[in-house]
Design a protein around this ligand. Structure first.
Ligand code: DLL
Length: 440
């Protein structure tokens, strides 16, 4: 069984759009007929499912977002009897109640099909032995990628997250060929392996499939050269199944093919919600095209990207999204200046003597907000000379200042001094909310 579906994946764009329109009409009618929340929103906007005559008509429909899921928590958006729900997953959100998503048997089949295609695109075959370093639980990463690879026929090693030494042992003993993890965990595995004298050159690993968090090109190249593997990035979110929404093929570095026969994308203005012209950067909104249990129309992802439809060297005709480097809700406002963590990352990745690990801490003294960037030195960048280290620290401050337009505090941290994460890395700590309120 192969999961390269040439008929669909290399179809002319008009055919893809035709498939999308037919599915969209059905999906909208499904949501309207079965979910009171949609019926009410449609009525408020004065639209009915019959309004959908072309793909552009999607812009007449209401948006959904995390708030919709919170307002209807837990099962208010469910379009099928709960007895027909076979799985729940929830988001890794850190504030308030989690959001929950339900799946029918059909939804799980569609999801694993999307993932089987995605991993095939990344070079995985049924002969591969796949080591899973995503957690199995409410997070969609572990189960989502697991069932897609299993559908393809791979030998799955469901190691889960954490226990890095055991991961190394499994690579060696089971001769695994594919690692699935966040890029930050891959980097951690790399370091622990190097500390133990693990021979990456001799190891069987050949591919790394990363996702769940941003992976800069610099980070990808670093992992590729240290682990001696080829890496691809893939994108997804809990609300839209999980992984399987978009992924890189082996020819399309930095762009990820969207599974367009299952997801309709729009790029919208993050403030006004207006649909932007093709190729513009904006917020990605996604409509699931064949979801039974939890239909989501025009789901606002908060992820900033742009989508191109030019042909790809791999022959696939599905549109490609640029790497997500920032979220609209990631933006930090420090002393009135807007800062994205990805800007800090871009600067640091251009400084030879630093590792890719860093942390941003925001706090305030008196009425002033302060941004501190902790940066980690590579082992060979460490010097006994205080003057030399301080000169380097000031150089990092200057480089950051040029991009951020405000002066950060920079602290140099010794090699391995920044805590590693097993899953998604937390790079920003905002302590400003802990400020003691002034006395009345
Ligand atoms: O992270 C689903 C996933 C698991 C995708 C494993 C790929 C692999 P959530 O926990 O709901 O779901 O987080 C979704 O993470 O809106 C993005 O902001 C971010 N994200 C996910 N993948 C990427 C990526 C999973 N490849 C949120 N690059 C999304 C950049 C990513 N950001």
């Amino acid at each position: 069984m192969t999961y390269f579906d040439a008929d669909i994946e290399t179809a002319p764009r008009e055919r893809i759009r035709h498939i999308q329109l037919e599915k969209l009409k059905k999906q909208v009618a499904w949501a309207y007929a079965r979910v009171p929340w949609y019926r009410q929103r449609f009525q408020e906007l004065g639209v009915t499912p019959e309004a959908i005559q072309t793909l552009a008509d999607v812009s007449r429909l209401p948006f959904t977002d995390k708030q919709t899921l919170r307002d209807t928590y837990p099962f208010g958006l469910c379009a099928i009897p709960l007895d027909d729900v076979v799985r729940l997953h929830s988001s890794s959100g850190t504030t308030g109640k989690p959001i929950v998503i339900a799946y029918s048997r059909h939804d799980l089949d569609v999801w694993s099909h999307c993932v089987a295609r995605l991993v095939t695109m990344a070079g995985v075959t049924r002969a591969d032995r796949v080591q899973m370093a995503f957690g199995y639980g409410m997070f969609t990463g572990g189960f989502g990628l697991h069932y897609g690879c299993e559908k393809l026929g791979c030998m799955m090693v469901p190691a889960g997250s954490g226990n890095t030494e055991r991961h190394l042992m499994m690579i060696e003993d089971y001769k695994t060929t594919v690692l699935i993890s966040t890029p930050s965990y891959a980097l951690h595995l790399c370091e622990v392996g190097e500390k133990h004298g693990f021979d990456w050159q001799a190891a069987s690993l050949r591919l790394g499939l990363f996702g769940g968090e941003p992976c800069t090109l610099a980070m990808k190249r670093e992992i590729e050269s240290r682990m001696r593997i080829q890496c691809t990035d893939n994108y997804g979110l809990t609300e839209v199944n999980g992984p399987g929404v978009a992924g890189e093929c082996l020819s399309s570095c930095e762009y990820q093919h969207i599974a367009e026969d299952h997801f309709l994308w729009e790029i919208i203005h993050p403030d006004t919600g207006e649909v932007l012209p093709e190729g513009s950067e904006g917020e990605l909104a996604l409509t699931l095209l064949d979801k039974e249990a939890f239909p989501l129309l025009r789901y606002r992802t908060h992820d900033l990207t742009r989508v191109i439809t030019e042909p790809c060297a791999c022959g696939r005709t599905h549109a490609r999204m640029a790497k997500v480097r920032a979220r609209t809700d990631d933006m930090l406002i420090v002393r009135g200046t807007n800062i994205f963590p990805s800007q800090v990352e871009d600067v640091l990745s251009g400084i030879e003597r630093l590792t890719p690990h860093y942390r941003i801490v925001l706090d305030s003294d008196a009425s002033m907000d302060r941004i501190t960037v902790l940066v980690e030195l590579k082992p060979d960048a460490f010097s006994d000379s205080f003057e030399e280290m301080d000169r380097f620290r000031r150089h990092v401050v200057d480089r950051l200042k040029q991009t951020l337009l405000i002066t950060p505090v920079v602290k140099l941290v010794e090699p391995y001094g920044i805590e590693r994460s097993f899953g998604k890395s937390r790079r920003v700590e905002d302590k400003r909310s802990l400020r003691t309120p002034p006395r009345a």
